[in-house]
Each structure stands twice: as C-alpha cells, then as structure tokens.
Design a protein around this ligand. Structure first.
Ligand code: FES
Length: 114
C-alpha cells in the first residue's frame, strides 16, 4: 500500500545568497507517528540535500533542544512533535537564523533556559 502524501512547507533562508526568506513546499510520504524531524530527514535524504536543520548534532530524544522551532505556528521540538497532515516548519525566531532552520547557538541556550 502506498503512503499518503502530505505537503511540508519549510522556511528557507541563506543570508549569504537570498535577499529574503521564502517557504519551500515538499511532498512527503506520511507514516503513523511521524515526527517533524522524520519529515525533515526524508526531505534531506530524498529531495533536497541543501536543507539546513539540526540532525546528527541533535539528540533526537527531546533533551538538547537544538531542534526547537515552530510546527504549524506553535513552538515545539521537531524530534518530539508528531505530524498528522500538511505541516509548516519554521525556526523559532526568524531574526536569529543562520541558515534555514538553524539559529545561532546563543538562541538555543536562551530558549532551553526559559
Ligand atoms: S534533537 Fe535534541 S531535543 Fe530534538
């Protein structure tokens, strides 16, 4: 049986190349209990290796908070948030973006302490 496809829109911005941030949409095969991180992994591994997000540097256990961001407008951890349909993924604070979903480490530390 073929998986249902969902649309995952991702915030993109490379300050050294892009004048403005933009959103890029990807079609991703949905699976039961799929996390936002699973969707990002699928995109990176199968569709777009230019996407920047915390993956191997993160714990994937909800501990390090490196994967914090916004899922459909709500703050959360990409590795711990289950997605159930079309999804919007953004950094928690767009003004601190280094590239795409990666923000400065100062931001991460401040977020995890608050
Ligand atoms: S990767 Fe560490 S909390 Fe998500």
């Amino acid at each position: 049986m073929q998986n249902e496809m969902i649309k995952v829109r991702v915030f993109r911005f490379n300050p050294s190349v892009d004048r403005e941030p933009y959103y890029q949409a990807y079609q991703v095969p949905w699976e039961e209990n799929m996390s936002a991180m699973n969707a990002l992994d699928y995109i990176y591994q199968n569709l777009d290796p230019t996407l920047a997000y915390y993956d191997h540097a993160g714990c994937d256990l909800g501990i390090c908070a490196r994967c914090s961001g916004k899922i459909n407008g709500k703050p959360g951890l990409f590795c711990q948030t289950v997605i159930k349909g079309d999804t919007l993924l953004e950094p928690r604070k767009k003004e601190r973006v280094l590239k795409d979903l990666i923000t400065s480490s100062k931001e991460i530390i401040q977020e995890s302490l608050s």
